[in-house]
Ligand binder design. Sequence first.
Ligand SMILES: Nc1ncnc2c1ncn2[C@@H]1O[C@H](COP(=O)(O)OP(=O)(O)OP(=O)(O)O)[C@@H](O)[C@H]1O
Length: 215
Amino acid sequence: MTMRVSIERKVYPRRGEAPARVLFEDLSFELADGEVCAIVGSSGIGKSSLLQIVAGLDREFEGVITDLPQPVGYLFQSPRLLPWRTARQNLELVLPEQPGKAGEWLAQVGLAGAEDVYPQRLSLGMARRVALARALAVQPKLLLLDEPFSSLDDETSRDMQNLMATHVKKLRPTTLFVTHHWHEAAALAQRVMTLDGSPARIVDDQPIRQAKAAE
Ligand SMILES: Nc1ncnc2c1ncn2[C@@H]1O[C@H](COP(=O)(O)OP(=O)(O)OP(=O)(O)O)[C@@H](O)[C@H]1O
């Protein structure tokens, strides 16, 4: 099945001193099952806002999304782990029927031994891995990743990219991931869409050959 996103208009209303802003107009695209697509664009253009609309977290827009694959796994820009729960307990929340799998998932993202650590004791890279495991543990048919590799050192970023490529290859979810970097997009995606303009639209949409995720 092909998912269709068709946003006629998305407006952020006036907030205090900040005027209303038409963020998107006539922004449409389709994603085939299992397709891995990157979204690039400058800071503030609306990449995170677009993911939130696709995920159904923001319904205040004119337009329609059809044939959304379910369930959705979402890696937010910040890990958003519950601070009063350990890494394992954070994962157990999405695995209510198979709590024993939490440890397996943590091992799969290289965190064996860190199961009982609380989020404030995890580095950003480790917290992202927990968040990636949480997004994958729901066995998503649609995987949304918001800048999964930003603010990480080169080695940790490479590790995360390999993890993502491995799991996307294994689980084959339809994947939409936001990045600032073309090289990340080109390395991992089969297709790259560029957002630009005000209001923002997709100004470029091109396939990438020899994508790792597609091998
Ligand atoms: N809830 C909101 N209400 C009003 N304006 C918002 C809201 N959320 C985001 N914005 C504004 O909408 C614009 C797009 O934000 P968004 O976070 O989607 O951009 P982005 O491309 O993901 O940016 P970055 O790459 O810096 O993360 C920004 O100008 C932001 O300030």
